[in-house]
Design a protein around this ligand. Structure first.
Ligand code: 4NP
Length: 150
């Protein structure tokens, strides 16, 4: 299975989601591929936000090697599941998708925790205290996804 995590900048939320899911994939010895991307281009080539690196490190996960990139049209062919962190990412991704098959790959990551609610992971960029909460939300969602699909 190939899973893509998507947020706005690809420096705060989706790098954490990528790191957490990779962590569980390794633990379960699954042959899955995970990547992340942003809908915006401001941070292309940058490492994750230091606050995301820090909170991941606190939980034993190293995301410092990741580099931000922008979503591209080939992602909709390559990946099986494309997880949006929030409704704005979801709507942007829906506009990128070329047909219904591509659109069906786009899912709200928090629906893994609470199905059909279409809840958003809050953007922690402007909130130094938001990173641990975001980590916990993504951790639960990734665990649920792994439980269902491993
Ligand atoms: P992310 O957070 O989408 O979780 O990576 C953001 C990072 C940067 C910006 C906005 C959100 N920005 O405006 O630069």
């Amino acid at each position: 299975m190939k899973i893509l995590m998507v947020c706005l900048g690809n420096i705060c939320r989706s790098p954490l989601a990528e790191g957490i899911l990779k962590h569980y994939i390794k633990r379960e010895k699954l042959d899955w591929f995970v990547d992340s991307a942003g809908t915006g281009a401001w941070h292309i080539g940058n490492p994750p936000d230091p606050r995301s690196i820090e909170v991941a490190k606190k939980h034993g996960i190293d995301i410092s090697d990741q580099r931000a990139r922008k979503i591209r049209s080939s992602d909709f062919e390559e990946f099986d599941v494309i997880f949006a962190m929030d409704s704005s990412n979801y709507n942007d991704l829906q506009r990128y998708a070329l047909d219904d098959e591509e659109k069906e790959k786009i899912k709200f990551i928090l629906n893994e925790t609470k199905p059909n609610q279409n809840n958003s992971v809050p953007d922690p960029y402007w909130d130094d205290n938001g990173f641990e909460k975001v980590y916990q939300m993504l951790d639960i969602a990734c665990k649920s996804f792994i439980e269902k699909h491993r």
